[in-house]
Design a protein around this ligand. Sequence first.
Ligand code: ZN
Length: 283
Amino acid sequence: MTLRLANLKGRAQFIVGDIASPRAIDVATASNNSLSADPMQCFAHWDTLKKLAATLDASTGAPVAIADLSCPVPNPRQMFAVGLNYRKHAAEMGSPLPPLPLVFAKFQSSLNTPTGNIEILSDTVDYESELVIIVGKGGRHIDEAAAWDHVAGLCAGQDVSDRGLQYMGTPPQFSLGKSRVGYSPIGPWVTDMSNNDKRDNLQLGCTVNGEQRQDTHTSDMIFGIAHIVAYMSTIVELFPGDVIYTGSPFGVGHGRKPQVYLKPGDVVVTTLEGVGTITNRCI
Ligand code: ZN
């Protein structure tokens, strides 16, 4: 079965069965402790996990609630994001198309659980639904044709953005504007896509209080997943468990007329096809 890796109370878990009613099998227990219980140790051993996942009996999993899951990648060595990676989104932000991936950092202290709250710390907090890459095998100078072999899997994510902070100066400061506490929820688990022939064309979007705000396909990205991994590895070394946000599509609150921002009580539901859904309440 497809390898899905979650984090339950700090222990790595295989997610098995129907993802609408997920079940969990402890990775360390299932491997007779040959694999670590630490989720961050799993990404360097992804091929071993994949083989083990194929042998699991879903009926032996324990029912698990997504609300009980922690961040599936709790302590990445590096965390990146690509800005303005969808044409219609660049237009709604009034920005020209970037000639090469526009990469900034999201700091890891902003990571959040799949159902964690988003603290509204200003009146300009915005949502950005995104496909998130989790690196498996790291390296430098990764060939684009082999780049998917370096991807452990994908998460659904929100690149929650404080637009006031982001655009306070010239040029803008993306990294801090998108790194407030809890502004990087990802999950609900890392899904291996090696056998998914739609992995470059997945439906991605989010609702706010049930209203569809973003709805696109990831094939609309200007720079696709393999290109982003290959390009970044020409500059920085990638490590197992690194997190790469890949940009948000059209439909953010900042681009609407009139602009509309998140407020306490709002519920943001983000779904990436084949991966799953995260649900984050604004407080
Ligand atoms: Zn973004």
